[in-house]
Each structure stands twice: as C-alpha cells, then as structure tokens.
Design a protein around this ligand. Sequence first.
Ligand code: GLA
Length: 404
Amino acid sequence: MGDHGFFLDHMKKEDHKKAFAEYAKDWCFSFAPGRIEFLGNHLDYNGGEVLGMAVNAGIYCLGVPQPHNQISFFSESFEDSGWSGEIDKIERQSGKFSWNNYTLGVLKELHSQNLTPKKAFRLIFTSDLPTSVGLSSSAALELASALTILQLAGKSLPKKELANLCRLAENEFVGLPCGILDQGTSAFGKKDHLVHIDCDDEVFGNIPIPAESEVWIFNTGIKHDLVDSLYSTRHQECMDALKEGRKRFPDKDKLTSFSLDEINELNLPENLRKRATHVSQEQLRVQSFRTGLASNASPEELGKLLAESHASSSQNFENSCRELDFLAEHLNQHDAVLGARLTGGGFGGAVMAWTQSNFSKKDAKEIVSLYHQEFGQEIDYHNFLPSDGARKEDILKVEPDSNQ
Ligand code: GLA
C-alpha cells in the first residue's frame, strides 16, 4: 500500500475494501488443497482406481502483474530462496531453491501451450498446510500456481486438463514419475466426499464419505533421503513385472488387470512377484470399498480394507518402515479407529486413520505418547475434513480454515 497507508487507516472498513479492490484490480488469487491418499497405494501409475481426499488446508497463490519483464516467486515459508528470471530462460533449481521447480515446471508447460500472460508477474505463496506430512504440498503448489498464472493470462482450463498439465510438469521438469492421484485429488476435491479416480481411463468422480467419520494424520516426520529414488525403483519394478506378465498375457496393458492366480503363474523374481501381488490385491480392495460404500456396508467392515492395505504395503510393496508399522498397528487396534494405513509414497511420511467421530484429541495424544515411548520422538497429528478442490479465490473474502 506504500504511501497510501495513512489514509487507508483512517477510512471505514468498507471503504478500505473498496480502495483495496481498486488498487488490486489486476491481481489474481487461487487456492489448492493438499490431499490424503485414502486407499489405493501405488495404483495410480499402474492404471488402477484410487480414492483420495482433498483436505481443508492448502496453498494460496497471489499473482501481481509487474511493469518489467522479470517473473518472480516468493514464499513465506522459504523467504530467502525465491526465484526470478525470464520465461524463456527457465532452468531446474537445486538445493534450497528446489521448491521453485514445481512452479517453474508448470510455467514451462503453460508457456509451451500459449497459456501465459503477456506481462511479467510476481507470485506470492502462503500455506496453511503442515509441511513434510505427506499431504502433497507439491501438487497443491503446482495447481495453485497454474490457476493464478492462467487467471493473469485471462485463460482457463477444465479441471482434468489442469490436473494433467501439473502432473506432466512434475514428471518432466521435477523428474518424479508420479501418477495422477495428487493433482487429481487436489483438482476434484469436494466437501464431505472422497475423490475417485479411474487412472486408466482418467475418469474423475466424487463419492460421499459416511457422516460421523473423520480422518486423522499421524506424521512420523521421517523423510528418507532416498525417498524419490525409492519411489522410482518401485515404479520401475511395477513396469518390469508388467513387461514380464505381457509375455504370457499379451492383451493386458496394466498391472492392475492381473489376478493373483495369473501372477503366480508367471514365475516372477521374488521382488516383482511381491510388487505385483500388492498391486493386484490393492485394486480389489479399492473396488470393494467403493461398492461397499454404495451398498451401505458398515464402516467397520470397510475400515478393515484400510488395515489390509497397510499390511500389503508393508509386506509386499515394502514401502513401509518400523515407525509407520507401529502407528498403523496401534491405531488399527483402537476401538474408535475404522482403519489406518500408510498414506502416499511411503518410506517414512504419515499414517492416516479413518475414525469414528468419538476418536478424540485425547486418543490421538495417547498414540503420540506410545510412539514417544518406543522411538523417543515427539510426532504431530492433525484432523482434516474432506474439502473442495482447487479454485480461484476472491482476495477480499478468503480466510484460512482454522478447523484443524
Ligand atoms: C505419491 C505419488 C502419487 C502416488 C502415491 C502412492 O504420493 O505422488 O502419484 O503414486 O505416492 O500411491
């Protein structure tokens, strides 16, 4: 506001708003939520079905047109590591500047599709998403950036194309071979609903989550240094298992379409057999959960599928660790927990628990205290609501959600 501050301070609140609206009339603002992987571990890039949940926290992105030709990014969370440069000189960043790659990848994709504004701009990010919790702040950053840049350009994209563009940015520019779960869930989130994605046909939908249930996150805080390379290894193992499988069943084009009997016929090396077993059985669990919800199966029955999912990730996909197993085991034994499992890529990160609404903060603290006794570490926990997906926001109306 600069020199106008004194006058604005002496105006009534409504006048403030009017003056600000006039001052900021070219500014654009968006929000994209983080996500919880509800069920369907490592199925997205295997052409399976997944269930995600957009949470009531995420990343906000403000876009302000600039008079010169320098584009720049600033984030409250990484104050001294923003980026500035020109649109045709985008290069991959490293070290403390790596967070810029998600936005740079999106910018590059939008530019290649002629969807960027003529004028330069500054993007300012703020977040109410707990960091390093495995809630996919990266996808939220990509979607919030894309929506704001598109607005600055006076353009828009359908949700499906938006999610795909952001995934492409992550695959090609950031270099992680992720599937569509994170970007799809952030784009298609809906209050009181899960996001169902058929990753093969790329069909996105919403299904209501039973009322009287809640979702909690327990964060081990562990981030394996090799997490990206371990993710890529699992991805490659799945591709190798599919390649082997197609020698015997040439009509199949995705690992999720193999039955357990077919996998056992293949004579795969042990690691590939385990990965394929997980993928095949996890796919059945997602389908049972979805059909169970539609036919009003009891949440207790459905919750068991989440516990089974964790056991399979741990034993067959081998992307769990002692800390995640400990949390999943204790949560799954709790009376008010319907089902608990590791969520997201794995190798550290968080466990999600789907609970009845009588699961309380006191219960959560007991789990945290058990973890402390075992591992000597304080961990954090959060309670989230299924929420709406990425969207343009009105800068004068937004107030971050305090319900966490
Ligand atoms: C990460 C990836 C997703 C998905 C999950 C595992 O979150 O970004 O695409 O593969 O892991 O299900």
